[in-house]
Design a protein around this ligand. Structure first.
Ligand code: AMP
Length: 413
């Protein structure tokens, strides 16, 4: 099978490693890719959000399967354009990707499907914002309605800050605050059959102890030994199946990766958000533990044959990833700094570039996602931080406490 992977971040590097390890993948290309992905795939330049350009590249490369990593190309219609050329594509249509592209759309689908989630209001003017904040009370949760690379959400007790964020965004969803540990559940689906992957936990805040601003994600780990045993079947029953059914009913079936972001509240798991693609950095840990060949699984989802797939198999042990971000992330990250120690197995490239002289340099906010596995979470953690300590990047920011509370058994439900 000839596979073309679209994207250039850490998630795509992890997907590339998984695809390259699948014996059924005879050829792997990535566009535009990054220097880490270049170690396992042939890179081609492309504007990932240009549906016609991606479809033309897939034809040129005689791809059997296109795997779309990020949300922006999906929302732009890349999967539709690829499928229009008769090529299988892992990723939802533009219409179905609205589950991520618009928070208001996602809330509407959840309401119609009876999915447990936070009470919310979609608002477009200051008066509506004010009424919603009054009704729901603090802590205030204000979400940009459109795509914001995981950074469009403000959770605050400060009423002025909540109103400012709403005014900056224009269209927002204001919702009830959900308390409880957060879990990310990835579901591979062909629109009808749903195959859940292993739940993972990510760390959205920049600094240790969940301090600082929200980011795209500063680390992740799996498995979640503390999660309720019935978590996955319950979320499939209460959330995933009704959502997929509602999307089919609307004539826009969702096929690809349904990312369910959950809060495990005292009233049970409730949806914080849907995404239409693999999460970054949780993908790095989930795929590190997945034994089932990745290409075959994604191809089954893309061709409507998931029901015939054998049960997934998983490696024993645990995985953790620690994101190394550039100075000043998540504001305006400094780029162009030389990185040393990053070209070793386990170091996933998220925002890197190759300078003309061959040096590896930072090229984004999240630069590396340092991933390790081990017989248990403590061992995986030690291995990941040993790798982090071998990296040199001026101004690097990373958390020291990824998975620490889980290792110490401090997570309570
Ligand atoms: P989102 O982009 O919707 O995942 O939001 C980013 C982060 O904001 C989430 O991972 C949560 O930590 C936080 N968040 C979003 N919605 C809520 C909510 N309703 N209650 C509490 N925290 C939330």
């Amino acid at each position: 099978m000839r596979v073309l992977l679209i994207g250039s971040g850490g998630r795509e590097h992890a997907l590339a490693v998984g695809l390259a390890a699948d014996p059924s993948v005879s050829y792997l290309a990535a566009a535009p890719g990054n220097p880490g992905i270049a170690q396992v795939a042939e890179l081609h330049p492309v504007t990932a959000t240009d549906p016609a350009a991606v479809a033309a590249l897939a034809v040129e490369l005689a791809a059997d399967l296109v795997v779309v990593g990020p949300e922006a190309p999906l929302v732009a219609g890349v999967a539709d354009a690829v499928r229009a050329k008769g090529i299988a594509c892992f990723g939802p249509s533009a219409a179905a990707a609205q589950l991520e592209g618009s928070k208001a759309f996602a809330k509407d689908v959840m309401a119609a499907a009876g999915v447990p989630t936070a009470r919310s209001y979609a608002c477009t003017d200051a008066a509506a914002v004010s009424r919603a904040l009054d009704d729901l009370g603090a802590p205030y949760v204000v979400k940009n309605d459109g795509l914001a690379a995981g950074k469009g959400v403000v959770v605050t007790d400060d009423r002025d800050a909540a109103e400012r964020h709403a005014a900056d965004c224009g269209a927002v969803v204001i919702e009830e605050y959900l308390s409880g540990p957060e879990v990310s559940l990835f579901v591979v689906t062909d629109g009808t059959t749903a195959v859940p992957l292993m739940p993972a936990q990510d760390f959205k805040r920049l600094a240790d102890g969940d301090a600082g601003p929200n980011t795209g994600g500063m680390g992740a780990y799996a498995p979640l030994a503390w999660a309720p045993k019935d978590l996955v079947p319950r979320v499939l029953l209460e959330t995933v199946e009704p959502t997929l059914a509602e999307m089919r009913r609307r004539g826009t079936p969702f096929a690809g990766l349904l990312y369910v972001g959950l809060a495990l509240t005292p009233d049970g798991p409730k949806v914080i958000e849907f995404n239409a693609r693999f999460g970054d950095p949780e993908t790095q840990v989930v795929l590190a533990l997945l034994e089932t060949p990745l290409g075959g699984l994604l191809n089954a989802a893309a061709t409507g044959t998931l029901a015939q797939q054998p049960r997934l198999s998983w490696r024993a042990g645990a995985a953790i990833t620690v994101v190394v971000a550039s100075q000043n992330y998540p504001a305006t990250p400094r780029t162009g700094d030389v990185i040393e120690g990053a070209e070793v197995p386990g170091v996933i490239h998220a925002g890197t570039a190759r300078r003309e002289d061959g040096a590896l340099v930072s090229a984004g906010g999240r630069v590396l996602s340092v991933t390790a596995t081990g017989p248990d979470l403590a061992a995986a953690r030690d291995a990941a931080y040993a790798l982090v300590d071998g990296i040199r990047l001026d101004g690097a920011q990373f958390r020291r406490d990824i998975a620490l509370s889980a290792v110490e058994g401090r997570i309570t439900l």
